[in-house]
Design a protein around this ligand. Structure first.
Ligand code: FHN
Length: 455
């Protein structure tokens, strides 16, 4: 029963995520623009350069931590999956007291991992607002014993650390009296109202977007999420019902630099493949969002953590296709990041300390196919060869590359001792040391003279 229920719920989410992410792209991907004064034209420059973000799913659902009446597989869909009425679910809000929350500690973990932006849930599908909104009392300041605004504290910590703060905002709302249950996932609502009025709900959404873009300083992204709601309607219909363009216009009017993802029903700035990495380079900007274990929200029984090797090679793979990696962590109800997540982000940070020049600001590989031994990114007249499988014979072949190489060297190490390079019909061959500099992914730099030529 458990497995079937989980598959049913997860399945619908996954299908909707794939459909949404594949159906709508963003704007055509541009090579990372050189540093230039911010303007609406190059507002994507920071995003294209960042390549690595941290997703944070934090809310009332962290209190049950995935467990309820003997079942242990719940996550942030806890209220829907238990079919819990609003009055009962609000009981968890009354227990939500994250006294160990320390915004600076969270941001330190993100920054040390090489993360350039954080996307945190301001309001997930349960409708509980993780910020000091004046439009409903169903928020962390008024409805919990904690009485603090974590987004305000996170905004200060991000500003101090030079990390962009971004907000996730759920389109469906299982609490708002004006969000009609008929548009909700599985037609669920915690307290369905016969006179629910979607137009009034849109006004509520616009008001909260205004609060988020007025009270928390510069916001990098408004990360909307449909979560499989409005079942049976296409994106254009959802966009019309939600007055999506009006909401996007309001965002641009308040903060012209704020990006919008593609989950409000319109393509907007970029696409959002979820839990999978596209097979090849994309023609428009994209960001792969992924859990670190199997849950977005905190689940105390979920120990299926992705090892740092998987995270690093995913990051490289996504960058080699011109995209960003938004990797999730689900904090506990006490306000801490799970120690396993901190450990993994720390190991990724150690790799980024050496190899981030081959990730930040890079664009997709100019080659038609990815090499068998790893991936390739490009930036500033250089190719970065990310070698997962180090050649045992010391010969690293880049098939299909026709360009004259001015110099080849390892990225690791303070010296850039040249490596011997030969150019042949099968491509470019670099003679590399016997030992790989890194057991997960070693970077070899090819300095190119002139344009990159490839099959
Ligand atoms: O339903 C949500 C889910 O809870 C989670 O927030 C993910 C993250 O991208 N988005 C939806 C599923 O696609």
């Amino acid at each position: 029963m458990n497995f079937l229920r989980q598959a049913f719920f997860q399945g619908s989410r996954f299908v909707c995520a794939v459909a949404m992410s594949l159906a709508l792209g963003g704007r055509p991907a541009l090579a990372a623009e050189a540093a230039a004064p911010m303007s609406p034209e190059n507002k994507m420059a920071w995003f294209d350069a960042a390549r690595f973000g941290m997703f944070i799913h934090w809310g009332v659902y962290s209190v049950p931590a995935g467990e309820w009446q003997g079942q242990t597989w719940y996550g942030e869909w806890f209220q829907l999956e238990t079919r819990m009425p609003a009055a009962k679910y609000a009981g968890f809000a009354a227990q939500f007291n994250p006294v160990q929350f320390d915004a600076n500690a969270w941001v330190k973990v993100a920054k040390s991992a090489g993360v350039k932006y954080i996307v945190i849930t301001s309001k997930h599908h349960d409708g509980f607002c993780m910020f000091d909104t004046k439009l409903t009392g169903y928020n962390i300041v008024l409805a919990t014993p904690w009485h603090r605004d974590p987004l305000k504290e996170l905004a200060a910590a991000c500003q101090a650390a030079g990390i962009k703060l971004c907000f996730y905002y759920s389109v469906p709302d299982w609490h708002s009296p004006d969000f009609p249950a008929k548009y909700s996932q599985h037609k669920f609502h915690g307290d369905p109202q016969a006179d629910a009025d979607l137009e009034k709900y849109v006004t509520y959404v616009k008001g909260q977007i205004r609060e988020l873009l007025t009270n928390y300083g510069p916001v990098g992204i408004l990360w909307f999420d449909d979560g499989g709601s409005f079942e049976g309607l296409d994106h254009a219909q959802v966009a019309r019902l939600m007055h999506a363009q009006e909401i996007i216009d309001e965002i641009h009017q308040l903060q012209p630099q704020c990006l919008v993802n593609n989950r409000l029903g319109l393509p907007a700035d970029y696409g959002t493949p979820e839990q999978f990495i596209p097979g090849g380079k994309q023609s428009s900007a994209f960001e792969v969002c992924m859990t670190l274990n199997d849950h977005w929200g905190y689940n105390k029984n979920d120990h299926k953590w992705k090892p740092a090797k998987t995270v690093i090679q995913n990051l490289v793979d996504i960058a080699s296709k011109g995209g960003n990696y938004l990797l999730n962590v689900g904090p506990t109800a006490e306000g801490t990041l799970p120690p396993e997540a901190v450990q993994i982000f720390g190991e990724v940070g150690a790799w980024m300390k050496v190899n981030s020049p081959a990730i930040y600001g890079t664009s997709a590989s100019p080659l038609k196919t990815q090499p068998a031994w790893g991936r390739i990114t490009a930036k500033d007249g250089k190719l970065f060869l990310h070698v997962f499988d180090w050649p045992k014979d010391g010969r690293l072949v880049v098939p299909g590359l026709k360009t004259k190489i001015a110099k080849a060297h390892l990225l690791a190490g303070w010296w850039h001792k040249g490596l011997p390079v030969t150019h042949g019909a099968d491509g470019v061959t670099i003679m590399v040391p016997a030992e790989a500099p890194d057991k997960i992914s070693s970077t070899v730099v090819l300095e190119i003279k002139g344009a990159i030529e490839a099959e």
